[in-house]
Ligand binder design. Structure first.
Ligand SMILES: [Zn+2]
Length: 323
């Protein structure tokens, strides 16, 4: 991957771009450009409300809240990276008209005089229906990069779309850091094509559910708007006893998107002891009350099994992920 250096047409700052980029942003003024260098104004984002100090506070609260029985003290923050994740928002209105038949067997009874006969017949019922749908899809504007917690960001965008505003660099800058724009690999045309295929497939599947055989299935899609948006996240790495753990914070409202918490030795010991206690408790209950009723062994056995599953699970995993 070779990097090309250009000069921003708006502010003059140097911009590094990859040939794969469909949209690129000037790191200095935030202006978006298309691959052929034209300014791109269909650019929205979710304003950032955090800075480094607030991020320290949020991570501190997160660890404190989740360190119960774990004894997490003396962690240190290794890195804080404010980042903008690129997404496309595609609004569509679609109609699918499909034709097919449904095959099923039916029992018919015939009465002639006093005798009744019943027979099984195969019925072919023609189906002709429409699927109408207005929808908004959010997709990450990148091929394969999986960013810690990104799937949740997609849902956050869907749920908080009213917070989205036209891009304004003044609503982004924090005191200490510059946001990194994660490069955008999909253009609006790519995004529309992906959503088109998605709708085609989904409607086809719906039609197939209603019919034994679909003869004809025709989908028409009207694109009502395709928007490019950035979502601010703060990626934090902290160190605890030589291991690194990650936390991703929603830059728009300061909530934790996803975070990792160490499973400490203390936590393992507590969980392990609890598991042993649980088994002992189960045996004791059965010993004293097991003969009275048949239900007790089942109930205590089941309860112990469920609790054991959770404690053993906690005892052996390397870290907990909190969402
Ligand atoms: Zn610029």
């Amino acid at each position: 991957m070779s990097v090309v250096q250009l000069k921003c047409k708006i502010c003059g700052a140097p911009i590094d771009i990859n040939p794969e980029d469909a949209i690129y942003n000037c790191n200095s003024c935030g202006q978006a450009f298309t691959a052929d260098g034209k300014t791109f104004e269909n650019h929205y984002f979710f304003p950032n409300s955090l800075n480094k100090d607030k991020v320290h506070e949020i991570v501190g609260r997160f660890i404190k809240k989740n360190s119960f029985l774990r004894g997490i003290k003396n962690y240190s923050i290794k890195s804080i990276k404010p980042m903008l994740l690129p997404f496309w928002i595609v609004r569509t209105r679609s109609n699918t008209h499909f034709l097919g038949y449904l095959k099923y067997s039916e029992t018919r009874t015939r009465t002639s005089g006093k005798s009744t006969t019943s027979e099984s017949v195969t019925v072919y019922r023609p189906i002709e229906e429409d699927i109408n749908e207005d929808r908004t899809d959010v997709i990450l504007a990148r091929r394969a990069t999986v960013i810690f917690g990104y799937k949740k960001v997609k849902k956050l965008i869907e749920r908080n779309i009213e917070n989205m505003v036209h891009f304004d660099i003044n609503l982004l800058k924090d005191k200490e850091h510059e946001f990194q724009y994660l490069s955008t690999e999909f253009s609006d045309i790519d995004a529309n094509q992906l959503i088109k295929t998605k709708i085609f497939d989904e409607h086809r599947r719906k039609a197939e559910k209603k019919c034994t055989k679909v003869f004809d299935c025709y989908t028409q899609i009207t694109f009502l708007g395709t928007f490019f948006t950035h979502f601010p996240v703060w990626l934090v790495e902290y160190d605890f006893k030589g291991e690194t753990y990650r936390v991703v914070i929603n830059g728009n409202n300061g909530e934790i998107i996803k975070g990792e918490i160490p499973v400490t030795k203390l936590f393992r010991i507590i969980n392990f002891s609890l598991s042993i206690l649980m088994i002992a408790f189960g045996i004791l209950i059965n010993f004293f009350y097991g003969k009275n009723t048949k239900l007790i062994p089942w109930l205590s056995g089941g309860l112990v099994a469920v609790l054991l599953f959770f404690t053993i699970n906690n005892t052996f995993k390397p870290l907990s992920v909190i969402e």
